[in-house]
Write a protein that binds this ligand. Sequence first.
Ligand SMILES: NC(=O)CC[C@H](N)C(=O)O
Length: 385
Amino acid sequence: MNDSQTGVLALEDGSVFRGVAFGAKKTVVGEAVFNTSMTGYQEILTDPSYYGQIITMTAPMIGNYGVNEEDIEADKPMCTGFVVRELSPIASNWRSTATLPEYLEKHGIPGLEGIDTRALTKKLRVSGAMKCCISTEDISDEEAVQRAKDWEGIVGADYVKEVTCAATYVYGPKEAGWPYNPTRSTIRKPAREREIFKIAALDLGAKKSIFRELAFHGFEVHVFPATSTVEEIKAINPDGVFLSNGPGDPEPVTYVHETVRGLMNDYPVFGICLGHQIITHAIGAKTYKLKFGHRGGNQPVKNFETDFVAITAHNHGFATSEEGLAECGAEITEVNLNDNTIAGIKLKDKPVFSVQYHPEAGPGPSDANPNFEKFYQLVAQSKKA
Ligand SMILES: NC(=O)CC[C@H](N)C(=O)O
């Protein structure tokens, strides 16, 4: 390590970690969060829900299999910065087209290695998610701490408008490579010989794998920008409505709450993560910021309707509040067994349901995948009725 390689990570509480710079040469500020997934760093980097965040991976070695053209949730990395304990000196995989540092450099994302990620994670667990600055340039510890403190933070900011699509597009079984997608390394059982339903999806910062799963289950997904109006969505006469994941605080995006309020009475609705939090607000209930959030692939969720526990993928820093939920017409269907936070809700008198976790995984276990089939059946039933 020489001086030009030293980088710094500073937290708003004054803690400073020094490490080795990789990726882009830059100074950035964001929310420090940690992800406990063992693999899937490329999906994590490109998940738009990480917009505004500096991700620390708790797995001790990252970068071993490089990066490829397929395992992406968006066309470029969406997080603000990336922190690892040890960057693998070798990137080895038959699908790999570049190394992790090359990829981050190309897309202007700074990375740090050699950070004591265990100490950092413990700090975040005790104190909660914190404002953070990482720099791969030559700045002092004091300046890095000051920059972290000066950052306005994620609460109250609308990040959805930064990551939603610019125009409407269609992603159906055909676009997903039906009957199977030969560019994916796994051949998926498609929605063969079943009726294809047309759904409208509000793109709040959607992961590609969610639309892929919807398409594989028999949905032609008409993707709409987050600012689309109720009239624009109703104009395509959809069979159902889907609300995607997305970054930031669910509370300030009131224009999305209103759109969903205007659709909820007329269509079956399914929401994932931010989509779940948006349904919460649309019915008049509340969300709150979790201390340090859930990010990883091993979160146990109990479903009261099936009595099953699923191991699920999570990436969220906010959660639905139990307060006032029943009065607003919702029922809790699932809870996270680690901390009893709400992991799923449904409306008592409407075909509307949502989950806080990620049934598409990407990366993570597929235990919760049946949620997509549940939505398909809900749409099929309401079409018949
Ligand atoms: N993955 C998501 O959709 C995240 C939702 C929201 N931004 C949160 O952090 O809670």
